[in-house]
Design a protein around this ligand. Structure first.
Ligand code: PGA
Length: 256
């Protein structure tokens, strides 16, 4: 039986297609130097595939987690340009993002591949962060819950409560990503509570209480505390502000 207790705050930096090798490794060294023993918060970075092994090597010996930004659900074969979960494990990654809105919207990844991707990650012992969130159009049409529900059901399809407990959800409203317009704590709180309710329906009360739900979308040093104060916000997934130490360190070290 999985241990469903506690939800340690989780701060994740999604570097997207940014940073060169030197800058990425310098940033990892800086973060590593500032992390304590990792007892009261969990921090991870998600560099480009090509720098994963180097970042893993620098992060070694610290509690800093390292993950990939995407994966393919097959283990191997004729899938030019794709990277599998066992390959990610092989270079030392321990986490992976699934269904980031840029994958869904720019690269047209369909919702129905998210379940197989989450399952492939878990099978290879990677901890997935399943990203969900509505576009501005969908929010304006009053369809936020419907969209998030559909993304959750597809991404978590077929999982047992024990497996689901190893998944983290990231609620990232598409209109808040990279725009400087974050969801208000009230808006985030409403959707996070909705997600918690859905997790309860799918996996039962115990598992649902143990699954972390991150907020993402224009998280900055000056809004992290208010967002983290919201009941069902268990961490943040940070894009732009995770690229520079003067922005990412204050987010990592936010005052609880
Ligand atoms: P942002 O990106 O912090 O730059 O808005 C968040 C994300 O895409 O995960």
């Amino acid at each position: 039986m999985a241990d469903f207790t506690g939800r340690k705050p989780y701060i994740a930096g999604n570097w997207k297609m940014n940073l060169d090798r030197m800058t990425a490794l310098d940033l990892v060294k800086t973060i590593k130097g500032r992390l304590g023993d990792g007892d009261d918060r969990e921090v991870a970075v998600f560099p480009s595939f090509v720098y994963l092994a180097d970042v893993v090597a620098v992060a070694q010996g610290s509690p800093l987690g390292v993950g990939a930004q995407n994966l393919y659900f097959e283990e191997k074969g004729a899938f030019t340009g794709e990277v599998s979960a066992p390959m990610l494990r092989d270079v030392g990654a321990t986490r992976v993002l699934v269904g980031h809105s840029e994958r869904r919207h720019i690269f047209k990844e369909p919702n129905d591949v998210m379940g197989p991707k989450v399952a492939a990650a878990l099978k290879a012992d990677l901890l997935p962060i399943l990203c969900v969130g509505e576009t501005l159009e969908e929010r304006k049409a009053g369809r936020t819950r419907q969209v998030v529900d559909k993304q959750l059901k597809a991404g978590l399809a077929g999982l047992t409560p024990e497996q689901a407990h190893r998944v983290t959800i990231a609620y990232e409203p598409v209109w808040a990503i990279g725009t400087g317009v974050n969801a208000t704590p009230e808006q985030a709180g409403e959707v996070h509570a909705f997600i918690r309710g859905k997790l309860k329906d799918l996996f039962g009360i115990d598992a649902s209480q143990g699954i972390r739900i991150l907020y993402g979308g224009s998280v900055k040093p000056d809004n992290v505390k208010d967002l983290m104060a919201v009941e069902d916000v268990d961490g943040v997934l940070v894009g732009g502000a995770s690229l520079k130490p003067d922005l990412f360190l204050p987010i990592i070290e936010f005052d609880r």
